[in-house]
Design a protein around this ligand. Sequence first.
Ligand code: SF4
Length: 338
Amino acid sequence: MKTETYKLGIVEDKELRFAVIVSKFNGKFVYGRHKKRETWEIPGGHREVNENIALTAERELKEETGAVKFNIEPVCDYSVKREGQVQDYGRVYYANIEELGELPNFEIEEIKLFDYIPEKLTYPEIQPILLKYVMKYKIEKLISNFKLRRIYAQYFENLDEVKKEIERLIPENASIGIGHSATLQKMGITKTFIDKGNIVYDKELAKDKKECKEIKKKALIADWYITGSNAVSVDGRIINVDHSGNRVAAITFGPDKVIIVVGINKIVDTWQEGIKRVKNIACPLNAERAGFNPPCVTLKKCVDCSSIERVCNSLSIIEGQSLESRIKVFIVNESLGF
Ligand code: SF4
């Protein structure tokens, strides 16, 4: 089987027989499980006779997810060629679902939200290719919107590539502050730079609370600061929450150079969705990891608590910067962190 993608305008409308809709809701990808299958699939289906392909996409999205309110846009066309069969063509859409209603009683038994690509896919030779195309399209938009705000953003296929680039950028004698991030821990970035002889301020190395606080303060005036982000939006914003505020402070001002590493699961369309993602997805998971117990840990959603255990005391939205490229955002084609 061979799957190919095409920019819009190359494939003739009359060839298009399917619509596939890569969909997000609350910052996660929406997949459906067909009543006759145990695997997951991106919403989509056949075009009816004389139906406008855009209407096919809207109809299938409603039928297969229960979407009530959404924004939808065409992204590309695709073809699938199976051995001994004619080439089939379809159009790929991206939909941002704002409101989900009840799932209509058609072919889909249930829907589920995933960070990126689930293991059990119905069409493993087709749908990952389409999803990655859509995300690259989104990332290109994000990079150009960041550029307008003087923030540099770059795409990487995997964490190894990012790590090599960070090692290339940071000189031997530079001091480095580390903002706590599951992504950076996965990269082993602290050990890498300690082994190279850099001074690294990482609170994870502290023996006690007093030293932890000192390290956080020193990180604020390091030459470089490396951290993750809770969300980045296609409209060009970086959204973070913090318990004590050290990480959002360092991103905003202090270190002359800041590198933010984010996985593809952190990309949302707008800053408003970024806040929703941060409060309803990142906070409960981060709170649990850090041993705090605000209400969102149990409820799995934010209730704007005033708990002493609140992990989102500071909320930061970076909308631009005066110093060109002080902040660099490295986007990785993997689902990383919370
Ligand atoms: S305000 Fe409270 S409930 Fe909401 S995300 Fe923050 S810690 Fe959780």
